[in-house]
Design a protein around this ligand. Sequence first.
Ligand SMILES: NC(=O)c1ccc[n+]([C@@H]2O[C@H](COP(=O)([O-])OP(=O)(O)OC[C@H]3O[C@@H](n4cnc5c(N)ncnc54)[C@H](O)[C@@H]3O)[C@@H](O)[C@H]2O)c1
Length: 371
Amino acid sequence: MIIGVPKEIKNNENRVALTPAGAKELIKRGHSVYIQHTAGEGSGFPDAEYEAAGAKILPSIEATYEIAEMIMKVKEPIESEYKLIKENQLLFTYFHFASYEPLTKAMIESKAVCLAYETVEKADRSLPLLVPMSEVAGRMAIQKGANYLEKPLKGRGILLGGVPGVLPAKVLILGGGIVGTQAAWMAAGLGADVTIMDVSLPRMRYLADVMPANVKTIMSNEYNVRNLIKDADLIVGAVLIPGAKAPHLITRDMLKDMKPGTVLVDVAVDQGGCIETCKPTTHENPTFIIDDVVHYCVANMPGAVPYTSTLALTNATLPYAIQLADKGWKKAAQENADLVPGLNVINGEVVYEAVAQAFDLPFTPVEKYLA
Ligand SMILES: NC(=O)c1ccc[n+]([C@@H]2O[C@H](COP(=O)([O-])OP(=O)(O)OC[C@H]3O[C@@H](n4cnc5c(N)ncnc54)[C@H](O)[C@@H]3O)[C@@H](O)[C@H]2O)c1
């Protein structure tokens, strides 16, 4: 198969969909890989590394879309790319269709095959191509939180791990899923006093088993939240209710109960946030302050560490990309059920029900194409 990797053009997106190592794996299997000039540069992979792996470099985005049977990307195509997409071309990338109607309509019009990273799903309902970014964001939440707790950045001026003779900082983590667990590991490793809140007892039993002694778990409810925020130095929002807006566990009125200089990192901001006062911010302007409480609410945290994020993402996407390249999308989906819910739009038809519902569009069951 001919695989094309365009350079991401979305503002501040430095990740790339394929590393030189990934290119080599595909080329070894007899596929051709074309990389747009400088596509890997933002992640630390120069053209020469792709060439050494056997890929060819193309000068423009137009040439990359023109030649490819499968396009591998990171973010959804943006408007200037719509016209470059060809009928029957396979696009393997994040789409988040339900949040943007013009993209959905453009992909229907293109008659391409759109396989969305975010809806590839395993039998246990986990989302293997979203997990790596949650892992990055969870770990980063503590790095950022520790930083903003410093006085010059308007934090309380407390060191997460304390020092001998001085108590460590208190870190409260709302939600003990992927983000929350990774955040807890990082905070515990730095010596902080960590509490994870969740509503799932099985999850908290698991966490209690695997976490070090400086991590405790407690049931998430309003009473406990109100109590614990008074003492917390750093609070990480990591709640997810699949398919729904995040619940506001911390409301506006609760800020006055917090210590001045408390730092809130609401990782769940991309689903509306679990802290009422959090509104999406960017890496250029990541924080704002309300009632002396520092809010960090960057909606694409992994974007700040493109080297790690690209490797984490491609570790997860490459096995699927290899199947798609070896077998074509139809046979690959017939033989690997994870890929079936990833199919969102095929040949001008919406085959993912939630996307059709979001914009009141006709829905075609994906089975029509897999029979
Ligand atoms: N900002 C970013 O850059 C970024 C990056 C990656 C992920 N995210 C977001 O982070 C959020 C968390 O993702 P995840 O992968 O950890 O999800 P997850 O499904 O693994 O974990 C969510 C956890 O929240 C718990 N939960 C649900 N309701 C709760 C409540 N009322 N109180 C406490 N806990 C509750 C669940 O039991 C679950 O353990 C998502 O919104 C995701 O989109 C943001």
